[in-house]
Design a protein around this ligand. Structure first.
Ligand code: C2E
Ligand code: MG
Ligand code: MG
Ligand code: MG
Length: 297
């Protein structure tokens, strides 16, 4: 947050001060240059870490997996949002090293968890252009010993469009190996629906924007219901992202056929220790305790 404030400050130069345009650009430019240099070091020295957000089966009341999300604590600026540093990593090509790190760490971490809990890792469009994604994934699986079926990779519609051929080839091979392939942020991109059946997806992650207004607007609710139905018709597992309230959860359970939920209601992205604890507890816990009351700290 501090870093985002710094970036904002760099952008606006502070609301009340009048700063010439070129000087503002200068500050923001310098800030981003600084981040670029520091991100390179952070990746090289393994200083990024992962947060894990639970993915829950709301009917069984169980965590079935989690998504690995990259985190960067800058020594001067504090926590930097992935919305800031992932684009920098993509522009500079550092994303491949970042993705390799995330894949390695996430598969090793997941291997320590009980049962069949899966872990999901985000792959960038740039990865498909710069590297052999299939090989990178295979290497992570081999080195960690994690069964392929417990790994899922997430790509966005934009990736599918921008890197169509490379992405399709790699996704097909991974899917045949048993790795899950999720289409992330579904509904926010501009892909045609035909990609859904042309590519080997196993899961549809429906963007949280579809939750807006479902409590009050019957059209919004119908839209969500039908987007989920598209996934079900294609035999995909469907996840709804961004569920924050009990009311939203009830609407989702009562009006859609969504299989899984990922959102702050069940838990924000948390440390490895915290998610490990929840997963261990779950082994011994009867499914009667409402999971969403479990603290996510
Ligand atoms: P994403 O892959 O769609 O990940 C889900 C994002 O939604 C996460 O943000 C998560 O904290 C947030 N989220 C989850 N539940 C809720 C909710 O109930 N309400 C709200 N408002 N937000 C919720 P985060 O961690 O800031 O990551 C943002 C994006 O950055 C990710 O979106 C993903 O596109 C990218 N990203 C993060 N880590 C990685 C990574 O390791 N590699 C790549 N390529 N991209 C990453
Ligand atoms: Mg994702
Ligand atoms: Mg998403
Ligand atoms: Mg996203």
């Amino acid at each position: 947050i501090k870093a985002d404030l710094a970036l904002n400050a760099a952008k606006s130069g502070g609301k009340n001060r009048i700063i010439p345009f070129h000087a503002r650009m200068d500050t923001e430019y310098q800030f981003r240059q600084q981040l670029k240099t520091d991100l390179k070091t952070a990746i090289a020295e393994g200083k990024l870490h992962l947060a894990y957000q639970p993915v829950v089966d709301p009917r069984e009341n169980r965590i079935v997996g989690c998504e690995a999300l990259a985190r960067w604590d800058h020594e001067t600026f504090g926590a930097i949002s992935p919305a800031t540093f992932i684009p920098i990593a993509e522009e500079t090509g550092m994303i491949t090293d970042l993705t390799r790190f995330v894949l390695g760490k996430a598969t090793r971490d997941c291997h320590t968890w009980p049962g069949t809990t899966h872990v999901a890792v985000n792959i960038s469009a740039r990865d498909f252009r710069s590297t052999d994604v299939e090989e990178m994934v295979n290497q992570a699986l081999e080195e960690s010993g994690l069964p392929a079926a417990r790994l899922e990779i997430e790509v966005t519609e934009t990736t599918v469009i921008e890197e169509r051929d490379a992405a399709a080839a790699a996704l097909l091979k991974l899917c045949n190996r048993g790795v899950g392939v999720a289409l992330d942020d579904f509904g926010t991109g501009y892909s045609s629906l035909s990609y859904l059946s042309a590519l080997p997806f196993t899961k549809l992650k429906i963007d949280r924007s579809f939750l807006t207004g479902i409590e009050t607007d019957e059209h919004a609710l119908k839209l969500l219901t039908n987007v989920v139905q598209i996934g079900k018709d294609l035999d995909l597992v469907t996840t709804i992202e961004g569920v924050e309230t009990e009311v939203q959860l009830n609407f989702v359970i009562n009006h859609t056929r969504a299989d899984l939920i990922q959102g702050f209601l069940y838990g924000a992205p948390m440390s490895f220790d915290a998610i490990s604890r929840l997963l261990e507890q779950q082994v011994y816990r009867q499914n009667t305790v409402p999971l969403r009351l479990v603290s996510s700290t």
